[in-house]
Design a protein around this ligand. Structure first.
Ligand code: SF4
Length: 686
């Protein structure tokens, strides 16, 4: 019998995912789906090996190089894949290299040609859905006896495949979408993923593929993806059961690759299946899913079936400004309904969550602050703030769209996506590059920078209801929490304490020095001796969440001092500068501080005296007039860490490789499993 044709598929992940402290590494779903589909078609004539880990990929490739290697083209791994492609082609120039994935220009042939010409070692690029297109391409390669040159010279059009020859582009039409019925094989059920059940890889499944929305910054908004194709519920149940039985580590998060979970009627049963799996196997304890943007009633009733706290509802509003929503084609998504749903989700989860993007077309300082205010005033407990990234394949990347909104961009290293690699004795650094919008027709660069610093203040003074005491107090006085954040931000900018200055300076350094004006400058920097090592030490500056973690764990005294000053100024401005309220503010701030100061010093306890009944106030979520809880005599309180909290914090912290990542990891756990205030000190009257 003829030996099968060996094909390697690599969806490589950078070393922060695969290295000594692997985290967030999901099963390679995309290549798994294509490989299992192709296996169904070519049966024993072809064998596939799938890779995520570059180290394993190098070793297996060098042991016995296959004639064909396919790489996923995702923006967080393109440069890594291409670095391997360069080295493979140097050693084995006959290897046929195929790239496939969403990180490829859409509609503009000149850009597609540019892309392929700047990656000349790629023989073919599969566009659109990979399953059928790859099979067609493979048939043609076999038909031409692996003679790529001849195939290209004949300018054979292959469905869903692009290539260049002699400086011109040959582009086959995208393949029709597959039905995803029960005849479409599953990479789990066919055993193709069995080797990934190591206890590190996190399972990812996809019930529905496609998205009916048209958000201009997203690659999935292309018309091609507008129809939604689902697998059957039976198939989903079988997949989850298969996974749960084999997963050696039941702490691993489960991911859904769907764009709008729970939005459609038929999705309600999906969560019922997940809930049954949770009951049967005690897994998944945490689910990562992008929930539906419309039909929140359906989404919520679907989510309500899950184990409490296992999935956090996120209102991905992106902006509350009507003009921005129109520009990005999200007018058909109701911001109000999304926020309402996020709040109602509190019944099923701890905390509520919203996502916004800074710099969208039409965005401005005013629109950004308005968006944050809308979320904070609604009572959402966490605002996640992102900068606007430009992706190939999104309308945002189209030249006419860029020009219409006068988008100006800079380039940066993608967080976590860099490292040092080795192939056949050759060691080389690689970092992925992202393009970020920093200016537009409605937003100056200075306003962009202002909003970034303001967003850090939202992280430090607001997120996760860090100041729940303040929130309740202001609520009882009819003052917006947003006014408090803004005041804290202004005071911080005016007179920054040394410790807080370090984290705001970090953001400043990141914004000014680690966003390059041209991609070539950044490429030169990455290649420079030792630059990436130096960058690695300050990588955390890229992330508001990391800076916030440092702030909360290390600068509590400064944060509380600014909060106190802000509150007292607000009382003056609102003309309620009453002596008793001022006393309450001082005591409330001290009370809050002892619960949150030096959190990692878990053995440290504090004692303090107050003239207010904080036990009663806490029971009411501080949402009452504090003067009603004034005490006649001062009462002494003690603050300490519960044993189980202390142990959990130290365990989480020790799981990570660096101080900053350890701190961020604890905060990350407050995303769903535990609310942030779980880690604060307990208190009681003594
Ligand atoms: S951002 Fe989300 S809702 Fe919008 S097109 Fe992309 S996947 Fe769909």
């Amino acid at each position: 019998m003829k030996a099968p044709l060996r094909v390697f598929f690599a969806d490589l992940a950078h070393e922060s995912y695969t290295g000594i402290y692997p985290a967030g590494l999901v099963f390679p779903l995309g290549i798994g789906c294509v490989a299992s589909y192709a296996k169904m078609k070519f049966k024993d004539a072809v064998s596939f090996q799938l890779f995520r880990d570059p180290v394993k990929f190098s070793a297996e490739f060098l042991k016995a190089p296959p004639p064909i290697v396919g790489f996923s083209n995702i923006n967080w791994a393109l440069r890594l894949s291409y670095a391997y492609i360069e080295r493979i082609k140097k050693l084995y120039p006959e290897t046929i290299i195929i790239l496939g994935g969403p990180n490829y220009p859409d509609k503009e042939p000149w850009k597609q040609l540019n892309f392929l010409e700047s990656h000349p070692l790629v023989d073919f690029h599969v566009v659109g859905e990979g399953e059928r297109a790859f099979c067609d391409l493979l048939e043609k390669i076999i038909e031409y006896g692996f003679n790529v040159k001849k195939l290209k010279e004949n300018k054979i059009r292959i469905m869903g495949t692009h290539y260049t020859i002699g400086g011109s582009l040959t582009a086959g039409e995208k393949a029709p979408r597959i039905s995803r019925d029960d005849n479409t094989p599953s990479p789990y059920l066919t055993g193709m993923f069995d080797e990934f059940f190591t206890g590190t890889y996190e399972p990812i499944v996809q019930f529905a593929r496609g998205c009916p929305f048209s958000c201009t910054y997203c690659t999935e908004a292309q018309k091609y993806w507008n129809s939604v194709k689902r697998i059957s519920l039976n198939r989903l149940e079988e997949e989850l059961d298969y996974i749960a039985k084999r997963l050696p580590n039941k702490e691993l998060t489960m991911h859904f690759a769907d764009a709008n979970m729970g939005m459609f009627k038929e999705d309600t049963d999906v969560f019922k299946i997940v809930a049954d799996i949770q009951k049967k196997y005690g897994w998944p304890k945490r689910i990562n899913a992008s929930l539906g943007k419309n039909n929140p009633d359906n989404v919520l009733s679907a989510v309500s079936q899950l184990e409490y706290g296992s999935l956090w509802f996120s209102a991905a509003i992106q902006s509350a400004d009507p003009e921005v929503l129109e520009n990005i084609k999200r007018k058909n998504i109701s911001t109000d309904k999304l926020i309402d749903a996020a709040l109602r989700a509190n019944e099923y989860n701890r905390g509520s969550n919203s996502e916004i993007i800074l710099g969208l077309p039409g965005d401005s300082k005013k629109a950004h602050l308005f968006t944050v205010k809308s979320i904070v005033d609604a009572g959402i407990s966490r605002v996640r703030m992102y900068v606007l990234a430009v992706f190939y394949g999104a309308e945002l990347d189209h030249q006419d769209y860029r020009e219409k909104f006068k988008l100006k961009t800079r380039f940066r290293i993608l967080p976590r996506n860099f490292g040092n690699y080795e192939f056949n004795g050759d060691r080389f650094p690689v970092a992925e590059i992202g393009e970020i919008v920093v200016e537009s027709s409605t937003m100056s660069y200075d306003d962009f920078a202002y909003c970034r610093y303001f967003d850090l203040s939202v992280e430090v003074f607001y997120n996760d209801h860090y100041f729940l005491e303040v929130k309740g107090f202001l609520n009882s006085l009819g003052i917006s929490m947003f006014d408090f954040i803004l005041k804290c931000h202004e005071l911080t900018m005016e007179d920054m304490p040394k410790d807080l200055k370090e984290i705001y300076d970090s953001l400043h350094h990141n914004t000014e020095s680690e966003m390059w004006n041209s991609i070539d400058e950044l490429i030169q920097f990455i290649a420079g001796d030792g630059n990436l090592k130096e960058y690695e030490k300050r990588e955390y500056e890229n992330s508001l969440a990391s800076l916030r973690a440092i702030g909360i764990w290390s600068c509590a005294e400064s944060i509380h001092r600014i909060a106190e000053k802000s509150l007292k100024q607000l009382l003056i401005e609102k003309k309620i500068n009453d002596e008793q309220l001022n006393l309450y503010v001082s005591e409330m701030i001290r009370f809050s501080l002892w619960r949150k100061n030096n959190l990692l010093e878990t053995k440290m306890s504090y004692e303090d005296e107050y003239h207010f009944d904080f036990t009663a106030l806490d029971k009411n979520g501080y949402n009452v007039n504090p003067l009603k809880h004034k005490l006649n005599n001062a009462t002494k309180y003690r603050f300490w860490h519960e044993k189980e909290v202390e142990e959990e914090m130290l365990r989480l912290y020790s799981e990570k490789e660096s101080h900053v990542v350890g701190l961020r990891w604890i905060l990350f756990h407050s995303l769903g499993a535990k609310p942030a205030n779980y880690y604060f000190r307990s208190f009681r009257v003594i």
